[in-house]
Design a protein around this ligand. Sequence first.
Ligand code: SF4
Ligand code: SF4
Length: 435
Amino acid sequence: MTTSLPLHSALPLDEATYKQAQNCVHCGLCLPACPTYLENRLEVDAPRGRIHLMKAMAEGRIEATDSVRKHLDLCLDCRACETACPSGVVYHELIETARSILPPAGRRTFSNRVIDFMCFHVMPYPTRMKLAMLPARLVQKLGLWKLVSKLNARTLSPSLAKMQQMLPESGPLWPSTASGTFGPTANRPAAKAFKVGFHSGCVGSVMQPGLHQKTIELLQHLGCEVVVAPSQACCGAIHHHGGRPADAAEFAKRNIEAFADCDFVVSNIAGCGAMLKEYNHLLHGDAAWAEKAKAFSAKTRDVSEVIVALNPPKPPHRVERCVTYHDACHLAHGQKVTAPPRKLLAMIEGLTVVPLTESDTCCGAAGTYNLLQPEMARRLAERKIRNIEATGCKICVTGNIGCSMQIRSESARTGANLELFHPVELLHEAYFGRR
Ligand code: SF4
Ligand code: SF4
């Protein structure tokens, strides 16, 4: 039964989104899955409490006060509650709609504005991102990075200090980004050769060009033709999760056109992959694009899914290491992909994989969450690092650049000094015998 909503409410939800709130039967089974509830033990920092707040605002029973919005802002949009929910509440549609309507709580500080500018106008554009990173890279080349980092940690706001802390301590001045079409390098008559469109992402293409190169080489080696379309764009996740769905829709349309003739669209970044798979929802109300968006989402895969589907031969090289695997939220909860990355690791001779406690609990990265909510992000990273250390491994494998940067930088801060790898990097080593 659908209750009609008042004309004037603090959160004017459309019927479909409001229905998600109505679907919640208040069972509470999602509470132990929610990272912010695990940390704060408050009902209002749990999915059930947040749904209650959004429903009450939609029904005009409460106002969108700063205090209410703070509890919504603290949500990671990690979607662990969706995996746990027996009633099928699609929570992220609720919180993302709420964020597109309500401004964040509190006063907009200078630091908030800088972060917004970086998130919406720099990060989604690789060339701007490279330009923005250039001064930091020059400081690193001059050997002054540690000194500058210490000064910044004392003078910058927690959000800006976090942004600086996330940057790895070394890297090329101007990372080269792969672009073009790369034919198969191995003849695999038994395997169906796919034409695979590789979505390289915005931050990903600048921060992990080496991983991208290895992903392309691996797909070529397994018989694929890989298309890295030069006209592709950011997946739109930063804008979508930041309450700017119209901008996200423009990015989506560019990507749909860029990969129109590919069998699959592949991402090696969980956050981007989850967004690409959401284009059907993002553009469902746009008559000219809805069908194309549906087809695009249906052919989008995480790289681990495509490699498993290619029925890969046994890799010839041993990789003697002890690792544990962290499930990125947008892979495990956003895309429901948990088995394929583990299958890839199980193919590697010599690799010891130790199970991780709370492997699918968010590490605090959550897109730009660690910049906007640095205190909770830090607590969650410390929780994750404690669990990783308990495995006895110094290497954590994960399929999302945001998680890698968060866990690596926070483990450097705490002294745990963990190494982070993508499953593709270890598999590449097992096939090609070089790191
Ligand atoms: S999305 Fe994550 S942080 Fe937000 S309510 Fe659900 S489980 Fe909690
Ligand atoms: S598990 Fe689902 S139905 Fe139960 S309280 Fe959480 S969101 Fe509501």
